[in-house]
Design a protein around this ligand. Sequence first.
Ligand code: ADP
Ligand code: MG
Length: 286
Amino acid sequence: MTSMATMGTTLLETQKLSKSFGGLAAVQGVDFRVEQGQIVSVIGPNGAGKSTFFNVVTGLYRPTSGRVFLDGRDITGKRPDAVLKQGIARTFQNIRLFANMSVLENVLVGEHARLRSGILGDIIKGPHTRREERAARERAYRVMDLFGPRLTDSSNTLARNLAYADRRYLEIARALASQPKVLLLDEPTVGMNPSETEEAMRYIAQLQRSGVTVVLIEHKLNVVMSMSDRIYVLDYGQNIAEGTPAEVRSDERVIEAYLGRRHSTAMAAGLATSIAEQPAAASSGQ
Ligand code: ADP
Ligand code: MG
């Protein structure tokens, strides 16, 4: 988690952000804030509006109302490529990679996304000097290195031939290669087994230590509780609670949203476990 010294600068902020699809209010009036260097998580039951929130922040959808600020600058309604250039990179709940490109090439695409408008042919065949190419590769390897040997050892492997967990790491690496101010991860551990999940969480915590600000959508509550500086809880598009893990864990609306009959017992079990793990924090009432 963040030390006090690095906190205090708001990097990403939304004000009363809303998105409706016809009559369905998927995101409703969400006020959200991430400070420089933090890991902030967004949790909530399936269909709560978490991915839609990311989609509006990153310009995939225009908000119905409300505003998005990055580093104090209003970026509401900007297109995804412009948002990426401003410094917000993301991954998707369903992996999106260039399946027939190598690991290295996928990361190079990520670097390129920030610098230019992203026509693929330019990247591979473009008029790069050797020195530029070497510098780009060195940067790519530094990013791949953040995931131990998993990506560097497979740099020439086609993305589609990677193991599932490595494809997820590659997607994060590609996002990081654009040198974002803030990285949005939509369920990065979905489909991973418990030991893979643990490893992924170590890498994500490591990213934070290397200075990356992270917003994390995550279903595995124990994980979220252990690594987040702050947590926002969405339910039916509304932000029903926010605060430190201890605050959120003991919030009655959160317990209701997860333990209430309408939600899955698996989710409830996750929250119950994290409550049981830290009874002191849960009852401290902070
Ligand atoms: P979460 O990521 O929290 O599971 P989503 O943001 O994916 O939830 O979805 C929130 C709600 O918005 C759901 O009811 C979903 O069906 C709806 N929704 C999401 N995207 C669209 C879309 N493009 N068109 C219509 N409805 C959508
Ligand atoms: Mg989602």
